[in-house]
Structure formats: structure tokens, C-alpha cells
Design a protein around this ligand. Structure first.
Ligand code: GDP
Length: 302
């Protein structure tokens, strides 16, 4: 059959894994543009973000699930785990990301959840570039490939983009025949506002590290395109007064640095001049309040 007569394939694939194994980095690399905050801190991805990869006749819609961390004591952590599980029932395949050379209790638990589902699972062994001794890779693959009936096992480096293309081929194999779900040039069905808030949140996480919890949330409240520039106003929500002072910084220096860093990234992203205004607001205890979480615009399964 000639290539143009092949039916197109299209479907959904979820990316799951412990916090910090590199899910956001992989998603960004696959999609080729920054859409999910990637950082060294766990659980920076709180939304079910979709990236769309269109390759030839085929279209792969990627669903990024929040980190799976059963030990998280607060309600927000429990909600995330429920969301992750609900996502897994609703896809054509699952990418299970682990870190090369490390198989932890969280991986074991997630493998158990995945084994209970009926979706084909592709195991990605990420961060192979980090292995000092490359000889440990093959024994590690042998050790983990028996954990589950994997459709395939793909070692790669999401950061360096090594072996990512073969993963796309493997994933497209899992998709049913069907028409494209999104326009071919679409990168994400999330609004630009959401992507803007992720850029700001990533700046905060990069500059403040452990000082500000992952719960910090950013809402874009105003958006005005004047023709010469896009004027954006965003609120950074924090949980405690002490965090507010940290985010603002001495003499406003921290928030200014965050704003400048974010503005440069946003001008790249939007390909326009950007004027950015940031505020810090206090919202006490919202982490324990489901309605509060919904009001913050975070997807919560009923
Ligand atoms: P997530 O929590 O699973 O979404 O993980 P992130 O994508 O936020 O990545 C966590 C950290 O691991 C970040 O510092 C990434 O730069 C880093 N990372 C991700 N992929 C790789 C990789 O292939 N190699 C190396 N050396 N670091 C990586």
C-alpha cells in the first residue's frame, strides 16, 4: 500500500512516573516547545497537559499526568494520585518513565497499578546520560523488563534528546486508525494563558528552589494585546506570609528578577513584545481545600 493510502493513526498516550524522573522534560522534547514546567522539584506538573505530536499521517496526543507520590500527606497529593489513575483508564497507551539505575518503591507501586490496567505500557528508562558506568544499563534493563509485560523498553535521554524518535515510532504503533483530533500545527490545547503561567511558575521554582513549596500557583488575570505589545498581569498565590516576603524579596528584587526572566521567555514563546506585571497574593491553607484547588483552576476529578 502506498504511504498516502495508509490510514492515519491518532490517539492518546499518558506519561506517568515518579516525581523528578523527567516526564515534563520528555514531553517538552517530544513536542518541541516548552509547555510544562520542568524543574528539580517534585510535582511541578499539576495539570493534565496535552502535547500534540503530528508525524506524517499520524498524530499522537500526549497526556502528562501529575507525579505519583502515595506518601504525600496533604489532600492535594491525594487528588493528584486520583487524577493520575483516572487518566490511565482513558488512553490508548502509557509511557512509564523511570530513572536509569534506580528502581524505587514508588516505581514498584506504579508498576502494580499499571499491571491492573489493560493499556499497553512502554517502559522508558530515562537519564541514561547520567550513568557514570554504562555497563550497568543492560543489567538494569534485564532487572526491570520482567516487572510488567511491557510492550517495549526504550532507554533514552530526554534532556539530550537521545533515542526519543524511536519512542515516537513505538508509541504511534499503539494508536488506533482514525482522523486527526487536532489541527496539525497545534502544540497544546491548553490556552496560551496557561502556558504563560507555567513559564512564570518555572522562573519562581528556578530562583527560589526549596524555599517556596510546589503548591505555589500562578494565575494570569489580565491579557491585553495593544498591537505593539501584549500586556499581561499575573498573580502569584502563596500559602503563608513568610512565603510572600520570600517571593517579593528584599526591596522587590526577587519578583523583579522573576518578572524579567519570565518576560524574556514569554517574548520567545509568543514572538511578541511582552509587558509583564506580577502580584503576590496570600491564600492561606488552600492546599487542604478541594474547592480552593478547583478555584485555582486545577483539574480535580470528582
Ligand atoms: P518530572 O517531575 O518527572 O516531570 O521531571 P522533570 O522533567 O521536571 O525533570 C526533573 C529533573 O531531571 C530536571 O532537573 C531535569 O532537567 C532532569 N532530567 C530530565 N531528563 C533528564 C535526562 O535525560 N538526563 C539528565 N541528566 N537529567 C534529566
Amino acid at each position: 500500500m502506498a504511504a498516502e493510502e495508509m490510514p492515519s493513526r491518532c490517539g492518546y498516550v499518558a506519561i506517568v512516573g515518579r516525581p523528578n524522573v523527567g516526564k515534563s522534560t520528555l514531553l517538552n522534547h517530544l513536542v518541541g516547545e516548552k509547555i510544562a514546567a520542568a524543574s528539580r522539584k517534585p510535582q511541578t506538573t499539576r495539570h493534565r497537559i496535552r502535547g500534540v505530536v503530528t508525524r506524517g499521517a499520524d498524530q499522537l496526543v500526549l497526556v502528562d499526568t501529575p507525579g505519583v507520590d502515595p506518601s504525600t500527606p496533604k489532600l492535594l497529593g491525594k487528588v493528584l494520585n486520583r487524577t493520575a489513575r483516572a487518566t490511565l483508564d482513558d488512553v490508548d497507551g502509557v509511557v512509564f518513565v523511570v530513572e536509569a539505575g534506580r528502581w524505587e518503591a514508588g516505581d514498584e507501586q506504579l508498576a502494580g497499578w499499571l499491571a491492573a490496567g489493560r493499556r499497553p505500557v512502554v517502559l522508558v528508562i530515562n537519564k541514561v546520560d547520567k550513568l557514570k558506568d554504562k555497563d550497568v544499563l543492560l543489567p538494569f534493563i534485564d532487572q526491570v523488563r520482567g516487572k510488567l509485560d511491557f510492550h517495549d523498553v526504550v532507554p533514552l535521554s530526554a534532556l539530550r534528546g537521545v533515542n526519543v524518535d524511536p519512542l515516537v515510532t513505538t508509541l504511534i504503533d499503539l494508536l488506533p486508525a482514525g482522523p486527526h483530533l487536532f489541527p496539525d500545527d497545534e502544540i497544546t490545547d491548553r490556552s496560551q494563558r496557561f502556558r504563560v503561567s507555567e513559564v512564570i511558575r518555572e522562573q519562581l521554582l528556578e530562583r527560589l528552589g526549596q524555599e517556596v513549596p510546589y503548591a505555589t500557583s500562578v494565575d494570569v488575570e489580565t491579557w491585553e494585546d495593544t498591537g505593539t505589545a501584549i500586556h499581561i498581569g499575573a498573580v502569584i498565590w502563596v500559602e503563608r506570609d513568610s512565603q510572600k516576603s520570600i517571593v517579593v524579596g528584599k526591596g522587590g528584587r526577587m519578583i523583579k528578577a522573576v518578572g524579567t526572566g519570565a518576560r524574556h521567555e514569554l517574548e520567545d514563546l509568543l514572538q511578541r513584545k511582552v509587558m509583564l506585571k506580577l502580584w503576590v497574593k496570600l491564600r492561606e491553607g488552600w492546599q487542604g481545600d478541594i474547592d480552593g484547588i478547583r478555584r485555582m483552576g486545577i483539574d480535580v476529578e470528582p
